[in-house]
Design a protein around this ligand. Sequence first.
Ligand code: 15L
Length: 264
Amino acid sequence: MKKVALTGAAGQLGRVLRKALLERGTNLRSAAGTKPLEPLVDGEDVMHGDLREPAVVDRLLSGVDVLIHMAGTSVERPLPEIIENNLRALVEVYEGARRHGVKRIVFASSNHAIGMHSVESKLGLDCDFRPDGFYGLSKMWGEGLARLYWDKHGIESVCIRIGSCIEKPTDFRHLSTWLGFDDLMQLIDRSINAPDIGFEVVWGVSANTRSYWDNAGAARLGYEPRQNAEDYAADIVGKPNPIDATGQHYQGGSFASYDYSRTN
Ligand code: 15L
């Protein structure tokens, strides 16, 4: 059975993944950043530490086949924080993967790597990067790093450009960007187990009628989303849109309008 490690296990999505992977009987090691994790089951393999430290990465990756890397800054923050958590730590993780012969990394990328595309565009995976801030830029960089480590070192990566992964859609943008938890789990399962992936980028999105993204490439992984935000549309359409007028033009929503100063 594959040994799987999960970083960011105390985070919003990490908590969902940790519980669901344990329930599936995954041979899992869960890692948090600063605070120790309370074991959810007897004898659970848990650890914590700063991923910028090679010794911590060694503890994380020893004996691991697949890493699900969810750790890092997950919203727009000042650049120095993003550089430490999303650039420096990611290099340490990939270097650790080289040292330990980790076969595959599932990298939590984000829709914010392309967030300045118009909501009128339907994007394939060959679309241009158009980050909507330093956070989105760090995810673009992470995808580049993943590509580098496949091309040069043979470490496989699945980069999941996660949309809005929440229990259920609550606002208008989510009708396009939602990734339901069942679909998330299917996507993670396929990302762990699909053979011979090499380097792959996939939209982390459910089968939303109004999706901004054409997920044809996900077929290579065998990902077949079953959830659709449209099932919640009646509760959402007609409600005030919480995103401001600028943000409503861009796929990144409020991330795109944050600190927006363009006038032409
Ligand atoms: C993300 O990348 C964020 O981590 C998350 O907090 C949400 O904002 C999500 O994107 C989204 O676009 O809804």
